[in-house]
Design a protein around this ligand. Structure first.
Ligand code: UT7
Length: 337
């Protein structure tokens, strides 16, 4: 008998502090960086984001992930001991070593699991979900926790107005379980892609093994994210559209049959451009970036969680998840909820 993979529980968690565009504009003015509430809202669709206080143990990346994971476990009706694998998608890990997945494992007490991180930046949750599905299809796992969590505020260059305005902190988590092949509620298809030749469009120059953080490099913010937003914007619209179509094509499903489209939340103009290219109505696109900004690997699971909990998403609905990010990476997953 073959297997399929199904999401049985979902949860999300955010830090307490809200940082509105108005507060951010004031904060940047102190550093002689000019922006405005109107520019940020008009060009991105973001009104506010959450910012973690990492001095508070409850708001580290793995702690946000643990909070999201506990909610997902509760919805799935599972205990931490039931988890046999943890996949943590992040590009802002608690520590370079060990993985954030291991820190989270300790926090939730998932003593029967093995744990690892995936870094595919904003596509991380999609990469993690597809990886989890493969372990389930091969029969090697029954219950997998997939988390997308970020504390991007720690690697944001707050003196670069063209990037710092979009990022935020948060986490989302799902429990993925083995179900019989052919079950109605399951992951239906996926498509992953990356283009390493575009790595320089979005990267953190120092802090890896290539370039140590020295006081001089620290002063130049080389340990923070550098992003060519304008170029990424163009690639993002094209790639998100392609990934969506390839994933639908694999199931021979026409886009009209979709109930919900859940794109990565980086910029409302990117989301609208993709919906427009797909000829898909915006009232069936999940958007929550006005309240959280771009939380990278956390955007898709947290937007999905919100819609599941407020009743917009119902059992049996067909949903397409679609992300892109640094790498440049991209990927989509089609599933029946
Ligand atoms: O998560 C995945 C990876 N990242 C992304 O998906 C980001 C994708 N890109 C974007 O979302 C957009 O490119 C940004 C929001 C980052 C920037 O918006 P944009 O419309 O592409 O602006 P731009 O960089 O082309 O800049 C347009 C103008 C420039 O002025 P000039 O040269 O036309 O005089 C910038 O200097 O806007 C200026 N500008 C700003 N003005 C006020 C850039 N940032 C700001 C700012 N406030 N914060």
């Amino acid at each position: 008998m073959g297997y399929a993979a199904r999401i049985t529980g979902i949860g999300s968690a955010f830090p307490e502090k809200h940082l509105s565009n108005e507060e951010l504009t004031r904060m940047l003015a102190h550093h002689d960086v000019e922006t405005s509430e109107k520019w940020i809202l008009d060009r991105t669709g973001i009104r506010e984001r959450r910012v973690a206080n990492v001095e508070n143990e409850a708001e580290t990346n793995s702690s946000l992930g643990a909070r999201a994971a506990r909610k997902a476990l509760k919805m799935a009706g599972r205990k931490a001991d039931d988890i046999d694998q943890i996949i943590y998608a992040t590009c802002s890990p608690d520590t370079l070593l060990p993985s954030t997945a291991c820190w989270l494992q300790k926090k939730i007490g998932a003593s029967n699991a093995w744990a690892m991180d995936i870094n595919a930046a904003c596509s991380g949750f999609i990469y993690g979900l597809v990886t989890a599905q493969q372990f389930i299809l091969s029969g090697q796992a029954r219950t997998i926790l997939v988390v997308g969590g970020e504390v991007l505020s720690q690697i944001t260059n707050w003196s670069d107005r063209s990037s710092c305005i979009i990022f935020g902190d948060g986490a989302g988590a799902v429990i993925v379980e083995r179900v019989p092949a052919g079950s109605r509620q399951r992951i239906l298809s996926s498509h992953l892609t990356s283009n390493g030749s575009l790595s320089m469009l979005f990267y953190v120059p120092a802090g890896g093994s290539n370039l140590e953080v020295t006081p001089e490099r620290y002063a130049k913010n080389l340990h923070k994210m550098r992003m060519n937003g304008r170029e990424i914007f163009k690639v993002a619209v094209r790639t998100l559209t392609e990934c969506a179509l390839r994933t639908l094509e694999k199931r021979r499903l026409s886009i009209e049959r979709l109930d919900w489209f859940v794109p990565h939340q980086a910029n409302l103009r990117i989301i609208e451009a993709v919906a427009n290219r797909l000829a898909f109505p915006m009232d069936r696109v999940l958007v929550n970036l006005e309240r959280y900004g771009n939380t990278s690997a956390a955007t898709i699971p947290s937007a999905l969680d919100e819609a599941v909990r407020d009743g917009r998403i119902r059992e049996g609905q067909t949903i397409l998840l679609d992300a892109f990010g640094a790498g440049l990476t991209a990927g989509a997953v089609l599933l029946r909820w």
